[in-house]
Design a protein around this ligand. Structure first.
Ligand code: PAF
Length: 285
């Protein structure tokens, strides 16, 4: 069913609506996004719609999670199209605050998660996870959501969020949303629009190479050898560089020495000016 989605821009108005829902005993779900919605985001809205009576989709391009020289300025901002796409989903409301609403004058606090935030994306993008953890804490508290969902595409982000939600006793259930892929298997991402036609073809090899790594590792290959083989295959396929390909513990994201039950391969490779992220389960069948 198609319906027009109301947009709320202030925390006060959001709270008013959510309080009214809660008085009716309704369960509230939150899908935090930075907009530029694609079918990966829409799948999160549908998934949380199964668990909540009302669904808030937040759209906020969060400046504090972008580093110097990253794409904050050029990050796609497509609010009108985003709201149109949500019309055929279970979304009840869009929360689209501006930066002054989220970070008013005098704002001086930050949520920082040590250990799990320090590796991989955290090491390559200093301050990134502090920005994510701070804005997500705010969104959870502003919305008073009972359940919130984050895509498994950003696997480390999901692990960081689970960590601080548990550590800070934030009363919300965190769901992981299945990674959604394009027809050729490329992980759906708002940044895929930056790829030119030639790069887009090469990008389709990322998941193929990771699938081979998963097969190798499940077949007993040495983890370091399998990671190096995958890195070389990515370079041979035409990627510009590889930030990491690592087989890690699913929860702590510590690199594993040996496969011992379930694990995850997480990887980032660069193509043009784009960092592509992907990850896959290992040993989960
Ligand atoms: O995954 C994202 O789009 C962002 O990191 C999030 C969770 C919306 C926080 O800004």
């Amino acid at each position: 069913m198609t319906h027009q989605i109301p947009i709320v821009r202030t925390v006060a108005a959001l709270r008013e609506t959510v309080n009214a829902w809660k008085r009716e005993g309704l369960r509230v779900g939150l899908v935090p996004t930075m907009g530029a919605l694609h079918h990966g985001h829409l799948s999160l809205v549908h998934a949380i719609g199964e668990k909540a009576d009302r669904v808030i989709v937040s759209i906020f391009v969060n400046p504090t999670q972008f580093g110097v020289g990253e794409d904050f300025e050029k990050y796609p901002r497509t609010e009108v199209e985003d709201c149109r796409k949500l019309e055929t989903t279970p979304a009840s409301l869009v929360f689209a605050p501006n930066a002054a609403e989220m970070y008013p004058k005098g704002f001086a606090s930050s949520v920082s998660v040590s250990g799990i935030s320090d590796r991989f994306e955290g090491a390559l993008r200093p301050g990134h996870f502090d920005g994510v953890a701070t804005v997500v804490s705010k969104l959870l508290l502003q919305s008073m959501a009972d359940v919130a969902i984050f895509g498994e595409k950003d696997y480390q982000q999901l692990a960081v969020i689970r960590r601080f939600v548990a550590d800070l006793n934030i009363p919300v259930e965190i769901m992981g949303g299945t990674l959604i892929r394009e027809d050729d298997g490329l992980a759906a991402s708002s940044r895929n629009v930056y790829l030119n036609a030639e790069e887009r073809v090469i990008a389709g090899q990322f998941n193929v190479i990771l699938r081979q790594l998963v097969r190798d590792v499940e077949g007993g290959a040495n983890l370091r050898v399998a990671e190096d083989t995958a890195k070389q295959a990515l370079m041979d396929a035409g990627f510009l560089s590889v930030d990491y390909v690592s087989v890690v513990d699913c929860e702590t994201l510590e690199p594993l020495a040996h496969l011992n039950g379930e694990a995850r391969v997480i990887a980032v490779a660069r193509l043009g000016g784009v960092r592509l992220l992907d990850n896959m389960a290992i040993g989960s069948v």
